[in-house]
Design a protein around this ligand. Structure first.
Ligand code: PEP
Ligand code: MN
Length: 264
């Protein structure tokens, strides 16, 4: 298999602008769940950049459980993301919700995200395989590692070798946490595959007070990066406010993981 270490013994390193993912350092991706306005996006982008984030995240097309919830600003958000890149120099990550918006999203994004709910959306995976833009493939909420790696295989087999895996928590019986962060996936994926793997503690736990400890653990277990939700006014966030860190907390996260980088 193309995703396996047997096929490709060296770690895959993905370059986005002057950021490398999978090279032994740690990439930090941060930003709001959703782009809500230009002012919101730029404010948060400046905060996270100053704290040490290398990439900015923000949803334009949002996969919401309820059709009545905020669905994202769509194309307007893509325009805002371009502005964020222009103003801050940070490459941007945003989700393509289905293959029909892929053209629009890949034109605007530096990394195209495929969300947990879409991990086995095969038309989307095939479309991502035809792209030259790196893809951030999130683990489905009940996917085994084999299913996840086979989803990545679709993209590689389609001709796009630039895939980053993202562990974001799986569904269990736990109620103390939105999902259960499966950190045991990290060393196993790193052994089985050459693809970089990052961890999203925000969607895993759903509560901001668990994000920093889970981030430390993810770095210690050998993740190639973190993706964290940050909002300057989480109480007013249109989605995922409860798990969004205040900018000050994100600065603390950056300080606390620093001594753990490269330990593994
Ligand atoms: C996200 O990262 O914006 C998101 C919706 O996450 P997930 O697909 O992991 O739920
Ligand atoms: Mn979110």
């Amino acid at each position: 298999k193309l995703v396996s270490r047997e096929f490709h013994p060296e770690d895959t390193v993905i370059r986005v602008g002057d950021v490398s993912i999978g090279n032994g350092g740690l990439v930090l991706i941060a930003g709001p769940c959703a782009i809500e306005s230009e002012e919101q996006a730029l404010t948060i982008a400046r905060h996270v950049k100053e704290a040490g984030a290398q990439l900015f995240r923000g949803g334009a097309f949002k996969p919401r459980t309820s059709p009545y919830s905020f669905q994202g600003l769509g194309e307007e958000a893509l325009r805002i993301l371009k502005k964020v890149r222009q103003e801050t120099g940070m490459p941007v990550v945003t989700e393509a919700l289905d293959h029909t918006v892929y053209d629009l999203v890949e034109e605007a994004a530096d990394i195209v995200q495929i969300g947990a709910r879409n991990m086995q959306n095969f038309s989307l995976l095939r479309r991502a395989g035809q792209s030259r833009k790196p893809v951030l493939l999130k683990r489905g909420m009940s996917a085994t590692l084999d299913e996840w790696l086979m989803a990545a295989e679709y993209i590689l087999e389609g001709g796009n070798p630039h895939v980053i895996l993202c562990e974001r928590g799986i569904r269990t019986f736990a109620h103390h946490s939105r999902n259960t962060l499966d950190l045991s996936a990290v060393p196993v994926v790193r052994k089985e595959s050459h693809l970089p793997i990052i961890v999203d503690p925000s969607h895993a736990c759903g509560r901001r007070n668990q994000v920093i400890p889970l981030s430390r653990a993810a770095v210690a277990v050998g993740a190639n990066g973190l993706m964290v939700e940050v909002h300057h006014k989480p109480d007013e966030a249109l989605s995922d406010g409860a798990q969004s860190l205040y900018p000050e907390q994100f600065r603390r996260l950056c300080r606390e993981i620093e001594p753990l980088i490269g330990l593994y």
